[in-house]
Design a protein around this ligand. Structure first.
Ligand code: FCB
Length: 481
C-alpha cells in the first residue's frame, strides 16, 4: 500500500459509504442493458421469435403476464436513448445483440435489416464518444433452435459460432470489446433446470447438457470472432458468480457443491481447461457427462482479455438436515424445479437485511471479496464489473425520482470496487445495471433496476437521482461527497 492508500484505508467506513474515492481515468464507467429487456419491436424488420417470446406468452410464467413485446420500445427510440446516454456522460455502454434479429431461425443468411439496427447503435455510440461493449447472447435463443433441442443440442453451439461470425463481420470493424455469453449459469440452470427462465424446462440432465453446450458455444464463438474482427479487439465472457457464505459445520461442503455448480462449471473449462472432478462426482447420478467429446476442452479453453463479473448479493448455504423446512432463499424465482441438480439437499438460508426489491441482501463486501478471490485464482486476468445495481420501487414525483436507496447501493458497491483495486485487483471498469427500467425476466415490469425511470404508458424517460449521481461520478471520476 502507498501512503495515500493507507490513509484511505484508515478513513474507510465499515458500511462502505465512502466518498471522494478516485478512479483512474482509464477505468471505464458506464451502464448496461440487454436486447429482449429493452428493445420491444419483436416483429420488426424480419426478427424471428425467441424463447423469451414463447415463454412470456405462457400463462403464469411472468408476473402480471408481462412480455417483452414493447418493453422500452428502444428499437424505435434509438436516437433519443443514445442522446440520453450521452447526457449522462457514459464512457461505455454494454448492450446485447438479439440473435433472432440477425438470423430469424438461428441459421442461414444474415438478416441485413437486423444488422442495420446494431450498426446504427454502434455508430451512434462512437459518434458520442461512448465505447460499445457487445454481448452476443443475453438469453434470447431463436425459438426455431429450441424446437430442435435448444442448448441441450450440441448443434446449437455450432449455430452460435456461425452467428458470431456474421456479427463479427458486420460490426467487428468498430466494436472493440466483445462478450460471448451473459450468465450462462442462468441459461442452463434456470432455463432447463428450475424452469424459472425460458424455455422453462425442468430436467436436471438437460441443464447439465446445456452447461456444456454453452461452454462449447463460448469457445467456438471466440474463435469465430477472432477470425472476423479488428486485430485490437478484446474478448470476454460474463459470469454471475455466486458468493457463498455459511457458518454451519456443514457449510464448507454446501459451499463446495454450490461453487462447483454455480461458478466452477464455467470457470473450470473456460479458464482452467477442464470440468472440476467434484462437479462430475456430485452429478454422477444424473449424467455421465459423455456429451463432452474429445477435443471440446481445447475448444472451450480460450485466452480471455478480461472476465466480466456480474454481482448483486451473496448466498448463505448449509446442508439440509432432512427434517426442518428446507430454506430455499437462493435469490432465484422459485417455480418448482431445481436449479441445483444433484445438490438439492443444500439449503439457502434467509440472509440479514437490508434487501432490495428483489429480496436480495445488500452486501458490498461480497463484491470486494469476489474481486479479490477471482484475481487470486486467475492472476493476470483483468476483471470488469459488467453488471451491478439494484431494484427498488421508484416513483416519479413532480418530475423527479428520489431513489436514495439505489444511490446508496451504488455508492457502497463503487466503494467496494475501489477497495478491491487498492488491494491489487486489476479491475478495468464498472457498468451499472441498468440504464433503463426494463423487462426483468420472470418478474416482468414489476422490478425497476434503471438509473433512468421509464413510464411504460408513455415511454417517457426520467433520469433518477442515482442517474444524476452516476453522471457526477463519471464527470469527476470520483465518488461524489
Ligand atoms: C442479471 C441479468 C440481467 C438482469 C439482472 C438484474 O442476472 O443478466 O439481465 O436481469 O440480473
Amino acid at each position: 500500500m502507498t501512503t495515500t492508500d493507507t490513509r484511505a484505508a484508515a478513513r474507510a467506513r465499515p458500511d462502505y459509504r465512502d466518498a471522494g474515492l478516485v478512479f483512474e481515468p482509464s477505468f471505464l464507467i458506464g451502464s448496461a442493458t440487454a436486447a429482449y429487456q429493452i428493445e420491444g419491436a419483436v416483429d420488426a424488420d424480419g426478427r424471428g421469435p425467441s424463447i423469451w417470446d414463447t415463454f412470456s406468452a405462457t400463462p403464469g410464467a411472468i408476473t402480471n403476464g408481462d412480455t417483452g413485446a414493447v418493453a422500452d420500445d428502444h428499437y424505435n427510440r434509438l436516437e433519443a436513448d443514445l442522446d440520453l446516454m450521452a447526457s449522462l456522460g457514459l464512457e461505455a455502454y454494454r448492450f446485447s445483440i438479439s440473435w433472432p434479429r440477425i438470423q430469424a431461425r438461428g441459421e442461414g443468411p444474415a438478416n441485413e435489416r437486423g444488422l442495420a439496427f446494431y450498426s446504427r447503435l454502434v455508430d451512434g455510440l462512437i459518434a458520442r464518444g461512448i465505447r460499445p461493449i457487445a454481448t452476443l447472447y443475453h438469453w434470447d435463443l431463436p425459438q426455431a433452435l429450441e424446437d430442435q433441442g435448444g442448448w441441450t443440442n450440441r448443434q446449437t453451439a455450432y449455430r452460435f459460432a456461425e452467428y458470431a461470425r456474421i456479427v463479427g463481420a458486420a460490426l467487428g470493424d468498430r466494436v472493440a470489446v466483445w462478450t460471448t455469453l451473459n450468465e450462462p449459469w442462468c441459461s442452463a440452470f434456470l432455463g432447463y433446470g428450475s424452469g424459472a427462465h425460458a424455455p422453462g424446462r425442468t430436467d436436471p440432465a438437460a441443464a447439465l447438457h446445456a452447461v456444456h453446450h454453452l461452454n462449447l458455444a463460448h469457445g467456438l464463438a471466440m474463435a469465430a470472432l477472432r477470425s472476423t474482427v479488428r486485430t485490437d479487439a478484446t474478448f470476454s465472457v460474463t459470469l454471475n458468480f455466486h458468493v457463498l457464505r455459511g457458518e454451519d459445520a456443514s457449510s464448507p461442503e454446501a459451499r463446495r457443491r454450490i461453487d462447483a455448480l454455480a461458478n466452477r462449471s464455467f470457470t473450470g473449462p473456460m479458464l482452467h481447461g477442464s470440468y472440476p472432478d467434484d462437479l462430475l462426482r456430485d452429478t454422477a447420478g444424473i449424467t455421465d457427462w459423455s456429451f463432452v467429446l474429445p477435443g471440446d476442452a481445447e475448444i472451450i479453453h480460450q485466452p480471455l482479455d478480461f472476465l466480466g463479473v456480474n454481482y448483486y448479493s451473496t448466498a448463505t448455504v448449509r446442508m439440509w438436515d432432512g427434517v426442518s423446512d428446507r430454506q430455499r432463499a437462493d435469490g432465484h424465482k422459485d417455480v418448482g424445479g431445481s436449479p441445483w441438480p444433484g445438490s438439492e439437499h443444500v439449503e439457502f438460508l434467509v440472509q440479514d437485511p437490508p434487501y432490495t426489491a428483489m429480496g436480495w441482501n445488500i452486501a458490498p463486501e461480497g463484491l470486494e471479496d469476489l474481486l479479490v478471490a477471482l484475481s487470486d485464482e486467475f492472476p493476470g486476468l483483468p476483471l470488469m464489473i459488467t453488471e451491478n445495481g439494484a431494484a427498488f420501487a421508484d416513483e416519479v414525483v413532480d418530475g423527479r425520482v428520489r431513489d436514495a436507496a439505489r444511490l446508496d447501493y451504488l455508492r457502497r458497491h463503487f466503494t467496494a470496487a475501489h477497495r478491491a483495486i487498492q488491494r491489487g485487483v486489476d479491475l478495468r471498469g464498472y457498468l451499472v445495471w441498468s440504464l433503463l427500467d426494463n423487462f426483468e425476466w420472470g418478474y416482468g415490469y414489476s422490478k425497476r433496476f434503471g438509473i433512468v425511470h421509464v413510464d411504460y404508458d408513455t415511454q417517457q424517460r426520467t433520469v433518477k437521482d442515482s442517474g444524476h449521481w452516476l453522471a457526477r461520478l463519471i464527470g469527476d471520476h470520483r465518488i461524489p461527497e
